[in-house]
Structures are given as C-alpha cells and as structure tokens.
Ligand binder design. Structure first.
Ligand code: KIV
Length: 271
C-alpha cells in the first residue's frame, strides 16, 4: 500500500504548479466524514463532494433531484475530515441556471454553510456569466465539460461525448473560455482521449479526466465505483481498485451467522 502524505494543505495555486511540473493530480469523490478521513490520510490531492451523491447516497436514478441543502449537509462532514486535500463541492441542478444573481447567491451560501474550498458547475459558454460573477466574488470555480450528467435529459443518455468535430470544437472553445474566465481546473468527462489531450494543451489550468484517457493533468473517479461498492456499474473507463462490495457482503454474512449461532458476543466481548 502506498500513502502519499502532504505536509501542507492543497491549494488551487499548488494545483497549477503541479500541471506545470507534470505532476499528476489524484481526485476522488467522497460524501462523508469517515471515508474522507481515510482518503485524506492516504494523500488524495482533491475531493469532490459530487452530485453523484444523488445516485450513490440517496439512490436516485439521476443527479437532478439532489438539493442545495442536501449537498451542504454532505459537504460539512467531508470538510471536517479533510485536513490536507482541497474540497470541491458540486452545485446541484437548478442552483446556477436560473439567473446570474441566483447562481451567485446559491454559491455564496454553499461556500459559507459547507466550508468547502471551491465549487464545481457543469457547462461552458451558457453559464459563463454566472462563473465570472462567482470568481469576482472570490469563489474558486471548477468547470465540467463533455458528459454533463445534469443535462442527461437533453443529451439522451450517458454515452461518449464530442465524437463529432462540431461538438469537439465547441468543447475546446468552452474550455478556453472557462480557462480565460479564471476557472482553477476543468473536469473532462467521457470524451475521446485525443480531444482531452488537445484541451489539456490549450488551457493553462489543470484538466481532470474521467473516461478521457490518461493525458489529462489528473484523474477523478467516483469513490464507490472504484472501490467496487457500486457493483452493477462497470463502464470501460472504470477500474476497480478494490472489491469492497464482496468484502462487505462477506463480513455481514459472518456477522449474521455469529448472531444466529449465539457465538457473538463471546465472553471477552461482554461486560
Ligand atoms: O458528481 C460527480 O461525481 C462528478 C464526477 C463524475 C466528476 O461530477
């Protein structure tokens, strides 16, 4: 097992330096205190309190239903456990699309009440005015292009994005706009590796890929997916770094047997 400890807290400035030096950035999602403690101690660079919590934590089919209040509740536990890594909080669907004013009001509230270090929003040119206002308000913003799950109803599914030249060109243009607006990093989700490489070379901020090949400046995965806890989900881009689903079922099975057979608790486990 390798543990990569940080002596200081991660910052957006340090993330840019990592890009310049060619040092890869490791990011995972997390949604609670206990697992975040482990991720932070293992030396993760960044944690995303993703709106994937809507699926992973709440059991919804989509990310759309999760609310600002629910995201703040989850982020608080994560922030309390994150001593070294940078915590990014997803703005949920509906919290930044209505108007710039509404977006900034929600963004300020999410920063104040969660204690997160930064926010992430999905989209390009369409949401640029909101992003600019947030950055002017002093909020570090992470962009998210390619497969943007909050737009699943418009995209018609979770397939590979930007295969065609027109969509690839728009994505490249959007990435440059987000970079110029001052986004500190951009997530590139489920796009061809060659396009991710073009974007990574074209922008000054780090790119963080998920299903975008290994030429991006960093990688992000959903924690429960890479640990094998979310057992039904195995897209091509996902690697299982553990099989915790099997480990949990095995442990729970042993516990059930021990209770049924009255072998738990034993004398040394009793007062
Ligand atoms: O919500 C999430 O987990 C995400 C990642 C897939 C990047 O946005």
């Amino acid at each position: 097992m390798s543990v990569h400890t940080h002596s200081t807290r991660m910052t957006t400035t340090r993330l840019r330096q990592m890009k310049t030096k060619g040092e890869k950035i490791a990011m995972l999602t997390s949604y609670d205190f206990t697992l975040t403690t482990l991720l932070d101690e293992a030396g993760i660079d960044m944690i995303l309190v993703g709106d994937s919590a809507s699926n992973i934590v709440c059991g919804n089919a989509y990310t759309l239903p999760i609310t600002v209040d629910e995201m703040i509740f989850l982020a608080r536990g994560v922030v309390r456990a994150a001593n070294h890594c940078l915590v990014v909080l997803d703005m949920p669907f509906g919290s930044y699309q209505v108007s710039e004013e509404d977006a900034v009001r929600n963004a300020v509230r999410m920063m104040k009440e969660s204690g997160a270090d930064a926010l992430k929003l999905e989209g390009g040119e369409e949401i640029l005015p909101a992003i600019r206002h947030m950055i002017q308000a002093g909020i570090p913003v992470m962009g998210h292009l390619g497969l943007t799950p909050q737009s699943v109803n418009q995209l018609g599914g979770y397939g590979l994005r930007a295969k065609e030249e027109a969509e690839a060109e728009k994505l490249l243009r959007d990435a440059k706009l987000l970079d110029e607006a001052g986004c500190f990093a951009i997530v590139l989700e489920k796009i061809p590796a060659a396009l991710a490489e073009r974007v990574t070379k074209a922008v000054s901020c780090p790119t963080i890929g998920i299903g975008a090949g290994n030429v991006t400046d960093g990688q992000v995965l959903v924690l429960h997916d890479m640990l094998g806890l979310n057992q039904g989900f195995k897209p091509k881009f996902l690697r299982h770094f553990a099989q915790l689903g099997e480990a949990v079922k095995g442990a729970v099975g042993e516990y059930i047997d021990a209770v049924k057979q009255s072998t738990f608790p034993n004398e040394s486990e009793s007062y």
